[in-house]
Each structure stands twice: as C-alpha cells, then as structure tokens.
Design a protein around this ligand. Structure first.
Ligand code: HEC
Length: 131
C-alpha cells in the first residue's frame, strides 16, 4: 500500500489540476462568445465605450456579489470605474447557469495581468442569496 501512495497522490493532483484547467477553458469559451466583442480579446475594453477587465480593481477585487450581478443583469451605471467612464450599455446574461458565471468570472480574474482567485459555484450561489 505504501508504495501505491505516491501514485495515488499524483493521480489526485493530476485530476485536480485538469479539472481546474477545464473551468478556465469553459470560461474562455463563454468569454469569446459573450464578452469579447465589447471587452476585446486582450481584456483591454474600448476607451470611453467598454470598460477594460484587464487591470480593473473591481474585477480582481473581493466583491464577487457585484460581479455576479453585473454578469446576470448587465450594467450601465455610468459611474467612474478606476477613474474613467464608459458609454456603452452592457447586455444582461440571464440564461447563464451558476457554473457558467463561475467559469467566466474565473477566466477574467486569472487572465491577462489579472491574478485573482477563481470564483466557485458556491460563491455565485451565496452572491445571489445576498441581493
Ligand atoms: C455590449 C457590450 C458588452 C458586452 C457584450 C459585455 N460587456 Fe461587460 N461592460 C460593458 C460596459 C459598457 C461596461 C461599463 C458600463 C458602465 O460603466 O456603465 C461593462 C462593465 C463590466 C464589468 C465591470 C468592470 C468594473 O471595472 O467594474 C464587468 C466585470 C464586465 N463588464 C464583465 C463582462 C463579462 C464577463 C461579459 C461576458 C459575459 C461582458 N462583460 C459582456 C460592455 C459589455
């Protein structure tokens, strides 16, 4: 048994790593179909039009509930985001499942220069209970 332990450990590790990567692959797909047209492939947005997601203090911040609300319901508050205003109206995504929201938020929080934690389905559920 002792001999098999390292193999068991490695399999669990491999499984965990591949499951994690899978979330980001799914998140990227959602990003490409639903977000890229406005926020761009590099997450840089479009000046005065669409807010950047790369480097946004809100995107990498701890207010997950706010992010979930924006994805589901869209966003056009026209308040300054890191000092700048954006005129376009972000469309809502009411049909996205909790898992999809967790995956796309995980993708944007860990892509480009963003190095924040991923978002779990449990966090998305907790965020929705809050509102
Ligand atoms: C039609 C264009 C459009 C699409 C599509 C779109 N967004 Fe947005 N998004 C915007 C605009 C415009 C804003 C800023 C609105 C404002 O400031 O009033 C914004 C803001 C945001 C913010 C808040 C940023 C901050 O710094 O607080 C997040 C997060 C976000 N979008 C994520 C996404 C994700 C993820 C998707 C895909 C599921 C998406 N958006 C799809 C246009 C879009």
């Amino acid at each position: 048994m002792a001999k098999q332990l390292p193999i068991l450990f490695l399999s669990v590790l491999f499984f965990t790593v591949s499951v994690n990567a899978q979330d980001l692959v799914k998140g990227k797909k959602i990003y490409e179909t639903r977000c890229l047209a406005c926020h761009q492939a590099d997450g840089g947005g479009v000046p005065n039009m669409n807010a950047p997601l790369d480097g946004s203090s809100n995107v990498v911040g701890n207010n997950i509930a706010r992010l979930v609300k924006i994805i589901k319901g869209g966003y056009s508050e026209k308040i300054a985001l890191d000092g700048y205003y954006y005129n376009n109206v972000m469309t809502a995504n009411p049909d996205l499942k909790e898992e999809d929201i967790a995956n796309v938020l995980s993708y944007v929080r860990t892509s480009w220069s963003n190095k924040a934690s991923k978002v779990t389905v449990a966090q998305v559920q907790a965020a929705q209970r809050k509102k």
